[in-house]
Each structure stands twice: as structure tokens, then as C-alpha cells.
Design a protein around this ligand. Structure first.
Ligand SMILES: *Cc1c(COP(=O)(O)O)cnc(C)c1O
Length: 369
């Protein structure tokens, strides 16, 4: 690929397959039966990926992933509820800000950037604070690349009869999630992450009986998940202008996802990308931030070298010139940068990207990597 169309080593938007981009080359009307059948087929496939058929419904939402997270929290949590948020990164902090805006009480469980949430800590919070009615759990904290133990936390929530809303934005499709008897009430993700679609559509997979109780609860009109669901059930159409091209791209991306072997195949490709990245960067002298036990295969955070010749903006520009887009760090305490392993790329792409980073380090005379 040329520098004009670089490979994105970022966790969304990410590099998409040519077929996915080509699926956006025609226009669709929002009343068109074919388009609305496409939406419904997309939702059915999304449910299937996490085994939610029957008990759960999939409600799409226009916008980036955050719009769907805000829609889920605002619609599913009553104003007299109280949400526990285990906090180990920027996306957890975003959930806390949403709850504050919407006016829902929350209790945070502060954790370090490299410290996964634990079922024991969540259970202890339930005992300490009986007001807690819900848990909002980020499955994979993309700010460091940290994987939280979702199954254990879901089991604790089920045992204590707490509703569990999961931000599975950067894990959906790549990390196994099974909703059957899981204790998960709602799962939020979006088109432009591990499903490798174009960005612009979020979705919430939610227990049907729970969503049915949420009429008129959302403080937002545009982000009212219940309204979006009932309107779509009644008319087969989206409530407001649908992101037609994004839906068409996601349909095409899901066809490829299924043909390639679904979630296990996606996980395997990303794991290979991640291994190629970690091995290559280690050989260049870089160290990764997370211990291997909690490192996901979605995105890797690396320590920035201490040499003052390392300026991320310069490195970014030079690596971009070579055809690859890096991602800045999102940790507050240490200087880091990130490399995503997701998107329509393979381990060969990753090896070439690492070689490009190595060339740039040499060009810029960066030492002490
Ligand atoms: C990408 C992401 C989001 C959504 O971010 P947007 O910028 O709205 O797409 C939310 N949570 C996690 C964990 C993410 O990785």
C-alpha cells in the first residue's frame, strides 16, 4: 500500500478489506426493503456470534461506539439505580463520565492500568455498597490492551442478582463471548473494530425482557434504545437516517468473517499478528507495558524510549511516510505508544510494519530503545 493509503495499526478505524470498501459504492434508500432486510440480517448475525438467539435482541445505533454505550446506560439503568464501574483505563473513565452526565449514581472500583478487575473485588464492592444495582464492565480496556475476566465477573453478578452491561467494543468477534447462561444482560460493540467494518454503527445486544421494561426511561431522544428497538420491530426501518453505507460494509465484513471461520479464526489471526509484533519489537529493544498474563491480542502498549530523540509526533510522521499509522499512548503515568493488531492485516503486514519502525528508529538516531 502507498503512503496515501496507509495500513492502520489503530484499534478503529482500522484497515478494511477491499471488498468491504467496495460494498459502499452504491446508494441505498432507507425505505428500501432490501436495505432493511440487510439490517435485519446483520443484527441476526451479530446475535449469532455471541449465541444470543432467542433470549436477546440486537439493536443497532447510529454513531461511534460511545453513542451505543451511552444509549445502553441511559436506557437500561433506572435513575434510582447505582452502577459499579471497575476502572482500569480511559474507556472505564468514559463510562463514569456518561453516568455523571445522565445523572445515574455510580461507585468506582479504582484499579491500576495494568491491573485486571477481579470477581473477588466486584463481590466485595457488592457487600460494601448494597445500593449497587448494575455493573458496567469494560471487557477489553483498549487504552492499555488489558483483558478483564468477563466470565468470572458475570458469574458474580448473576449470583448477586446485579444487572451486567458490558462494553465489548474491542473484543466482540475476536475474544470468545457466550451469552447462554452467562449473567450478561447487555453487550455493546460497534461496526469498525474486530468485525472490520467501516466505523459509524454501534449496536447493543440486550436481554429482550430487560429492554421491554425500559420504555420512556432514556433522557435522550436520539439515544433511546427502547424507542429504536420498538420502531424497528414495528416498521423494519431505522428510526432516523440510517448509516446505509456503513451497514452495507458491515454486511460484507460479516460475510468475510463467517467465511474465514468466525470468532476462532479471527482470534487466531490477531494472535499471530500480536506475536509477530511482540517478537519483532522485542528484537528492536522495545518493551511492552503489560505483563503477558493480561496482554490481549488486540492492541499492545509499548514504553517510549527515554532518549530525548524520541518524539512521538516525529516517529509517527516517519512511520506514516513508510505506510503505517501508529497510535499514541493513552496512559497518564508513563510515556507509551500503541500498536493495534486488528484489522484486515496479517502477520506479514505486521513484520513489515515492525521493520518500518526499526528503520525510523535508526533514521532518527534514537538510542536506548
Ligand atoms: C473504541 C472503544 C469505544 C468507543 O469509542 P468510539 O471512539 O466512540 O468509537 C468504547 N470502549 C472501548 C473499550 C473501545 O475500544
Amino acid at each position: 500500500m502507498s503512503a496515501a493509503s496507509p495500513i492502520l495499526l489503530t484499534p478503529g478505524p482500522l484497515t478494511t478489506a477491499a471488498a468491504t470498501r467496495e460494498a459502499m459504492l452504491r446508494d441505498w434508500g432507507s425505505w428500501d426493503g432490501e436495505f432493511n432486510r440487510m439490517t435485519s440480517a446483520v443484527c441476526a448475525d451479530l446475535l449469532g456470534i455471541v449465541h444470543g438467539e432467542g433470549e436477546y435482541v440486537c439493536v443497532p445505533m447510529q454513531g461511534s461506539g460511545t453513542f451505543a454505550v451511552e444509549a445502553a446506560l441511559g436506557t437500561l439503568v433506572p435513575r434510582d439505580g447505582c452502577v459499579l464501574v471497575p476502572d482500569n483505563g480511559a474507556y472505564c473513565a468514559r463510562i463514569i463520565r456518561i453516568l455523571e452526565r445522565v445523572g445515574i449514581p455510580c461507585v468506582t472500583l479504582p484499579l491500576a492500568d495494568d491491573e485486571p478487575a477481579s470477581a473477588a473485588a466486584v463481590e466485595a464492592a457488592f457487600v460494601d455498597e448494597p445500593r449497587i444495582t448494575h455493573v458496567a464492565q469494560v471487557h477489553l480496556e483498549t487504552s492499555a490492551g488489558l483483558l478483564n475476566p468477563l466470565d468470572e465477573i458475570a458469574a458474580v453478578c448473576a449470583r448477586h442478582d446485579k444487572r451486567l452491561i458490558v462494553d465489548a467494543m474491542s473484543s466482540f468477534g475476536a475474544v470468545p463471548i457466550d451469552l447462554r447462561r452467562s449473567g450478561i444482560d447487555a453487550l455493546v460493540s460497534a461496526s469498525g473494530k474486530c468485525l472490520e467494518g467501516a466505523p459509524g454503527m454501534g449496536f447493543v445486544i440486550v436481554r429482550r425482557t430487560l429492554l421491554a421494561q425500559c420504555a420512556g426511561r432514556s433522557p435522550s431522544l436520539a439515544l433511546d434504545l427502547h424507542d429504536q428497538w420498538t420502531y424497528m420491530e414495528k416498521t423494519t426501518q431505522w428510526r432516523f437516517t440510517p448509516p446505509t453505507h456503513v451497514v452495507a460494509a458491515l454486511r460484507c465484513a460479516l460475510d468475510q468473517f463467517i467465511a474465514q471461520g468466525g470468532q476462532p479464526a479471527r482470534a487466531l489471526r490477531y494472535a499471530r499478528n500480536c506475536t509477530a509484533l511482540l517478537d519483532g519489537m522485542k528484537a528492536l529493544g522495545f518493551t511492552s507495558f503489560l505483563p503477558p498474563a493480561v496482554q490481549s491480542h488486540i492492541i499492545v502498549t509499548f514504553h517510549a524510549p527515554r532518549d530525548p530523540a524520541w518524539r512521538f509526533a516525529d516517529v509517527y510522521a516517519a512511520v506514516r511516510e513508510a505506510g503505517y499509522i501508529l497510535y499514541p499512548g493513552k496512559l497518564t503515568r508513563v510515556e507509551t505508544f500503541r500498536v493495534g493488531c486488528i484489522g484486515a492485516i496479517d502477520e506479514e503486514d505486521m513484520r513489515r510494519a515492525v521493520a518500518a519502525i526499526g528503520d525510523v528508529v535508526e533514521q532518527l538516531g534514537i538510542r536506548g530503545v
